[in-house]
Design a protein around this ligand. Sequence first.
Ligand SMILES: Cc1cc2nc3c(=O)[nH]c(=O)nc-3n(C[C@H](O)[C@H](O)[C@H](O)COP(=O)(O)OP(=O)(O)OC[C@H]3O[C@@H](n4cnc5c(N)ncnc54)[C@H](O)[C@@H]3O)c2cc1C
Ligand SMILES: NC(=O)c1ccc[n+]([C@@H]2O[C@H](COP(=O)([O-])OP(=O)(O)OC[C@H]3O[C@@H](n4cnc5c(N)ncnc54)[C@H](OP(=O)(O)O)[C@@H]3O)[C@@H](O)[C@H]2O)c1
Length: 408
Amino acid sequence: MSSDWSLKNPYASKIVENYVLNGEGSNKETRHIAFDLGDSGLTYKVGDALGVVPENPPHIVDELIALQGWDPEHIVTTQASGRTLREALKKDVEIHMATSTFVADLLNRVKASGLRMSLQMTERTRNGPAPAVLANGRGKQDDRSRVEAINATPETVSDYLWTRDYVDILREFNVRYTPEEFLSLAGKVKPRLYSISSSPDAHPGLVELTVGIVRFEYHGRQRGGLCTQYLADEIGTSGTPVGVFMSPTKSFVLPDNGDVDIIMVGPGTGIAPFRAFMEQRVFDKAKGRNWLFFGDQSEKTEYYYKEQIEDWLDSGDLYKFTTAWSRDQEEKIYVQQRLKEHGAEVWAWFEKGAYFYICGDKSRMAKDVHRALIEIAMEHGGLSEADATHFVEQTMMKDEKRYLRDVY
Ligand SMILES: Cc1cc2nc3c(=O)[nH]c(=O)nc-3n(C[C@H](O)[C@H](O)[C@H](O)COP(=O)(O)OP(=O)(O)OC[C@H]3O[C@@H](n4cnc5c(N)ncnc54)[C@H](O)[C@@H]3O)c2cc1C
Ligand SMILES: NC(=O)c1ccc[n+]([C@@H]2O[C@H](COP(=O)([O-])OP(=O)(O)OC[C@H]3O[C@@H](n4cnc5c(N)ncnc54)[C@H](OP(=O)(O)O)[C@@H]3O)[C@@H](O)[C@H]2O)c1
């Protein structure tokens, strides 16, 4: 059944499972989260992603309102009309991180008015971080220099923003905005995508995710990622509706022919679509062999979906499971190293037409795995570097579409 739920019109789903996958003593918080699709008519295939619409933490909304002295019941218009300011700050804009547009505007206001920032330290700012301007009692000239230092280049603005949200900034710079001014400068709320970690055939009526919760602390305040904190801290399994929609993939799909072998590389939360692939291949009774490369910090605390993986190994559904526990020994071990150690076999699978899938960290892991594939083609395929690169980037990726990536 098709449905009209979309980014603009998300389905209000309920979370029915929400638990931490890590063992005790882990440095990480990775959660398994299941959403009930109810009577939405939403459908998906393995490889698709789920869009989740987050909301801001109520305590940050309240801090911001108090800091600016706004009336929370004031009616405003955003992408939604006729909301109270409190509702709009919760749902319509992102307030856990300031935008560069906001900072540019603030710095212009400070410069234009010749204001001395944070000159009157009020009761409410006293408990916050010590504003640098106040800390050394500098006057107008120094305030301006500091504004110029922040505003000097896109990099200095971005450095400033990295550790501060609006509460931090408006504690530091005593500038007042009308609610309308603030809402027009803050970034509109954006949905987050998550690779689906379930097969609809194995879990009818549900869609499941594997989510790494982002938490950090700056200026003595516990903060974190908007959507992951929302899912972990605000929702739990409270029954509160969460807006979701499907984001289907055209390319990150299983081979049509179930006899084809597949190699899956998914360290960390990168395991998500491969749990879904495995469930689907088992359900379909696909005969092709499945080889999963997985890794994370420690076997004791990060062996996600251990029982299910061991069952697949016992049944033979998972032909091979190769792990890289990066911190279980002195020297880091990563999945690309394991791929290279098994290079001859990986190459033999490629020669027989195996598909190669990768999911997880785009900035480092995916690049290193890509390089490892080229090196395997050189070492075991006897190709020159140029030919090996062509094989991986042209033949596998573009011509035969059997090197497929879901990286973020
Ligand atoms: C196609 C796709 C699939 C994805 N699949 C998954 C998945 O299966 N599982 C998963 O967990 N994620 C997945 N993601 C990532 C996910 O969409 C979110 O980006 C992620 O959950 C963070 O969202 P957030 O709202 O919690 O964080 P955000 O509010 O977006 O904030 C994260 C940002 O915080 C900032 N930050 C500032 N200081 C720090 C600090 N000290 N430490 C860390 N960050 C800091 C960084 O700019 C960082 O990018 C996927 C992304 C895409 C595009
Ligand atoms: N910016 C954020 O908000 C934030 C926060 C957390 C995660 N993430 C991102 O979310 C994605 C998944 O995070 P995750 O927690 O699931 O897993 P992850 O951070 O990608 O870690 C999974 C495993 O990969 C290892 N790893 C680190 N660098 C690697 C490299 N160059 N090549 C291969 N493996 C490498 C890690 O080892 P070590 O850690 O021991 O080095 C760990 O064992 C990544 O994109 C990550 O960057 C983003």
